[in-house]
Design a protein around this ligand. Structure first.
Ligand SMILES: [Zn+2]
Length: 136
């Protein structure tokens, strides 16, 4: 029996294949190429937590793409639009400075579906929500 480690998950916790392989398949399916060596990292997208996973949304408004963050290399490349709004460059992924406190507050909750966080929330506000709901 495999006991899953309780943690806020990133790409490698959710996929057997590496981030570049999953990205290449998504890009191929949407008619785009993988970014080439030397592709720049410009701009930044803020991560959030949804159902116990670090996520980013493509900042190009018409693009519906969301992606589980590759916590090993904090860059975002959209598998749907190939970072159209960023001239094809990678975006840096911004995690909060108090990431550990945020994750610790969410991990007090019983199931991933209620482990959610957005940049307007603080670890303190998450802990206060935990108290209201009788966890922690
Ligand atoms: Zn996109």
């Amino acid at each position: 029996m495999v006991i899953q480690e309780r943690k806020i998950k990133g790409h490698s916790d959710c996929y057997e294949e590496s981030y570049p392989v999953v990205l290449a398949k998504k890009l191929y399916a949407s008619g785009h190429m993988m970014p080439v060596d030397g592709t720049l990292v410009t701009g930044e997208v803020a991560a959030h937590i949804n159902h116990g996973r670090w996520m980013v949304e493509c900042p190009y408004a018409p693009c519906p793409s969301k992606q589980i963050v590759n916590l090993d290399v904090l860059v975002f490349y959209c598998g749907h639009c190939a970072n159209w709004s960023n001239g094809g460059d990678f975006y840096a992924v911004a995690l909060p400075d108090d990431r550990e406190a945020i994750e610790a507050a969410l991990l007090q909750r019983p199931i991933p579906e209620v482990m959610n966080w957005g940049p307007t929330e603080t670890a303190a506000s998450l802990l206060a929500e935990n108290v209201v709901h009788g966890v922690g």
